[in-house]
Design a binder for this molecule. Structure first.
Ligand code: FRU
Length: 507
């Protein structure tokens, strides 16, 4: 080949590739409500995160996805991977519907010892268990609509093969029987699946991921029962040198601020039964828009969690264009004891620091009344992060405002000892009657100092108070970007620290 032709071809090839890149980039950036620091597929509907597994340096995120529609319909498992939980690579659909039904939520594990026998030539299989949801049966009004199936991957999660003898776990006579989350239980050397069964969790055991035997049920008399239980997750977590077991149970409706939400129980699991000293319902996130959240498998003692950033009350009608709904920031879970009770803490994973541009730090600012903090930071960008440390001695609110005077307000009420998030005037709200409401979260920490970490994206806000003890996640649809930050207090208050950090887009 002539030298010129060779260079011409190389140039044309790179020009072609970079224009494709530029195209995807600009599509992602130009769309008004397209999240800049949260994963979304290029187009169409998403709900629950599924099958999250860490393998060979890659975090896999599968998710409920309608590949051909911007509303819930032809539910398949979409797929994305990341090396750092920050930047995501969009992948082809992993699992499509079949004669057994739609591919509902589930989990995936690394079958290191090939207990399933699905591994070949020394290749470790990844095994996913999901719910097959038969729409024909649903329409016929019969009970056994949902059963559990498996699929496996022999190429590190890239492609999935359905097991030929699906379903592996037939419906036991419960209409809502779904969302299996599998763990390896070391003491009993068994796989344990937690499955939502109407408004309880059923535990099943298996030595090979194909034959399952029922262990026990949990939850009849504890927790919130104002909706159907979905997407459970059972896992051990270390705290002060001891092992505790956490059972996450998503519930819809019945959340603390309406609609869908994530409750949890802290107790013990002996390989057969989950037990806990139940006093009151505990919520992982009090905001309206964290649902179906569960953890990654195969991450050792690190418990990494991600939720769907929406709510079944309005998920199908939120005013976005190409895509509909996103995921929360990935969060790291911990435990904290307060007044003899154990609570989960959830904080954004430290990997997210990669998105940070240069911070502006302001220390010891006394505020009496109202202060425009935009003056102090120069210019406010979206996406960005705001960290604040202040005393709990008075009411305060932080207003993020745009030039149309739309605002989202995050604050604290001393009398009620609770945080709030007000999106009543934060832009578009009229697509659903409950959307524009106030949201409250109790303050659990008893410390004299309140710390807040707030992540603002083009169409969402996530508030982590007291190192993740009280969390509020909310989507927002402002008609213009927020550009101003006001701090308002009812009496003189010392803002010990205010750190403003603009963030780079992950795309
Ligand atoms: C939770 C859920 C799951 C189900 C999936 C269907 O949001 O209802 O229980 O598997 O969504 O898409």
């Amino acid at each position: 080949m002539k030298k010129f032709t060779f260079y011409y071809l190389v140039f044309t090839f790179f020009f072609f590739i970079s224009s494709i890149n530029a195209q995807t980039k600009s599509n992602d950036i130009d769309e008004k409500y397209r999240p800049q620091i949260h994963f979304t597929p290029e187009k169409n509907w998403v709900n629950d995160p599924n099958g999250m597994v860490y393998y060979k340096g890659k975090y896999h995120l599968f998710f409920q996805h309608s590949p051909n529609s911007s509303v819930w319909s032809d539910i398949s498992w979409g797929h994305a991977t990341s090396n750092d939980l920050v930047h995501w690579e969009r992948k082809p659909i992993a699992i499509y519907p079949d004669s057994l039904g739609l591919i509902f939520s589930g989990s995936a594990v690394v079958d290191k010892y090939n207990t399933s026998g699905l591994g070949k030539n020394g290749i470790i299989p990844l095994v996913a268990m999901y719910t097959s949801h038969d729409m024909k049966k649903e329409k016929a009004g019969v009970i056994d609509v949902e059963s559990q199936s498996i699929a496996y991957s022999l190429d590190e999660g890239e492609t999935w093969i359905k097991y030929q003898s699906n379903p592996v776990l037939k419906n036991p006579g419960v209409r809502d029987f779904r969302d299996p989350k599998i763990i390896w239980h070391e003491q009993t050397k068994n796989w344990v699946a937690s499955i939502a069964a109407h408004d309880q969790i059923s535990f099943y055991a298996s030595s090979d991921l194909k034959n399952w035997e029922k262990l026990s049920d949990f939850g009849k008399t504890v927790g919130s029962h104002d909706g159907v239980w979905e997407c459970p997750d059972l896992f051990p977590i270390q705290y002060e040198g001891k092992t505790f077991w956490v059972l996450i149970v998503n519930i819809n409706p019945g959340g603390p601020n309406g609609g869908s939400a994530t409750q949890y129980f802290v107790g013990d699991f002996n390989g057969k039964e989950f037990k806990c000293d139940y006093k009151q319902v505990k919520w992982m996130d009090y905001g309206p828009d964290e649902y179906a959240g569960v953890t990654w498998s195969n991450t050792g003692n690190r418990k990494l969690f991600i939720g769907w950033m929406s709510n079944w009350e309005y998920a199908n009608i939120v005013p976005t264009e190409k895509f509909r709904n996103a995921f929360t920031l990935p969060r790291e879970l911990g435990l904290k004891k307060i007044n003899e009770e154990y609570y989960i803490t959830s904080t954004p994973v430290p990997e997210l620091k990669k998105m940070e541009k240069k911070s502006i730090v302001i220390n010891n600012l006394t505020i009496n009344g109202s202060s425009d903090l935009t003056d102090k930071i120069g210019k406010m960008e979206v996406p960005s992060k705001f960290n604040l440390v202040l005393s709990n001695k008075s009411d305060f609110s932080i207003e993020l405002v745009n030039t149309l005077n739309e605002k989202v307000v995050v604050g604290y009420s001393k009398d009620k000892n609770q945080f709030f998030l007000d999106r009543r005037n934060a832009g578009k709200t009229d697509f659903q009657k409950n959307f524009g409401r106030m949201n409250y979260a109790p303050r659990l920490s008893s410390s004299d100092e309140i710390s807040l970490s707030i992540y603002l994206d083009l169409a969402s806000i996530e508030v982590f108070a007291d190192n993740g003890l009280s969390v509020l996640t909310s989507v927002l649809f402002p008609n213009e970007k927020f550009s101003k930050i006001n701090f308002i207090t009812s009496e003189k208050l010392l803002l010990k620290n205010f750190t403003y950090t603009p963030l780079n887009s992950i795309w």
